[in-house]
Ligand binder design. Structure first.
Ligand code: ADP
Ligand code: MG
Length: 293
């Protein structure tokens, strides 16, 4: 849960400052991806955990408002949700203080994994390693494609999840955390880092690079999807939305190249509007945008 205070300039030190507004917006990579998939027309469920506090209830309510099924979004009694204070300046600079929450168990025994059969695709982020591994393993047995948001995580986290992942889509910081600082040096190093991910078992390994496009490595070779040139207003959640759109495309049976193009269009359109969730385009807007390219 992000608690957002827009200010003119970022605070320079201790003192009292005035915000022009105050917003409480749910976030989280997989939750934002779920909102994107739902907004694009998917029948989508979010499985995850938070505390049974005000923030947990608000996050649940917001997902429902976006049409996401939250029956397996568990609010754990006595646990505390992860909350961030976000101070945003007029020129878009952010100061974020995060409280990670407390007493949220990693146990996965409550997940109704047999229901994975009902899904056309599964997406997970890397924050709940046990949960992602469990559902990806179930999806692998059922032949359902899985997509991982490879954000910054430990080596152990990647080692646990990548063997069960079909499509590992890293951000640049995520790829760096997986394969080391050199991995972003040049295309040869990026390719080597993606090959390292594929060696752990995923079919497609990709890295999103903001306005510089997306690279991916699969059995056929190394490919690129350029980012669409748009007037950028707010890039918050671009990666999350890219993943939600990509997972939706996998569920629809699109090819990897088609899915990369589709997800890039959805993320680019999101960047033209304010808000990680509020800025997500509809399917009709994306289809119209793509025919104009
Ligand atoms: N400035 C931009 N212009 C066009 N597309 C963008 C821009 N920033 C991000 N995107 C799209 O969103 C995707 C994810 O953004 P990126 O910044 O790589 O991830 P994250 O938000 O996780 O850091 C990119 O691959 C691209 O398709
Ligand atoms: Mg990201």
């Amino acid at each position: 849960m992000d608690k957002v205070w827009p200010v003119r300039d970022l605070p320079a030190g201790g003192g009292k400052y005035r915000a022009s507004d105050y917003l409480e917006v749910g976030g989280g990579m997989a939750a934002n991806a779920a909102v994107a998939a739902a907004r694009l027309g998917a029948d989508c469920a979010y499985w995850g955990r938070a505390g049974d506090d005000e923030a947990g209830l608000a996050m649940q309510r917001q997902l429902v408002d976006y049409g996401v099924d939250v029956k397996q979004f568990r609010l754990i009694a006595g646990a505390r949700s992860s909350i961030s204070a976000v101070i945003v300046s007029q020129d878009g600079e952010r100061m974020i203080v995060n409280y990670r929450g407390a007493n949220i168990p990693d146990d996965t025994s409550w997940l109704p994994l047999q229901r994975v059969m009902e899904a056309a695709a599964i997406h997970a982020d890397i924050r709940w390693v046990e949960g992602a591994s469990a559902i990806f393993a179930a999806a692998r047995s059922a032949g359902i494609p899985t997509v991982l948001d490879g954000e910054t995580a430990t080596e152990a986290a990647f080692a646990a999840v990548l063997p069960w992942t079909d499509h590992a889509i890293f951000s640049e910081p995520g790829l760096r955390s997986f394969a080391g600082a050199d991995s972003l040096h040049n295309d040869a190093n990026r390719r080597a880092a993606l090959a390292k991910a594929r060696a752990l078992g995923c079919r497609v390994a990709a890295v999103t690079r903001g306005s510089r496009g997306t690279l991916w490595l699969d059995g056929e070779g190394f490919h690129q999807q350029a980012s669409f040139a748009v007037t950028v207003v707010d890039t918050t959640g671009a990666g999350d939305v890219f993943h939600g759109a990509y997972a939706l495309a996998m569920g629809e049976g699109q090819s990897v190249a088609q899915a990369m193009r589709f997800a890039s269009a959805v993320a680019a359109l999101k960047c033209t509007r304010q808000g990680g969730r509020a800025g997500i385009p509809s399917r009709a807007e994306v289809d119209e945008f793509l025919v104009r390219q």
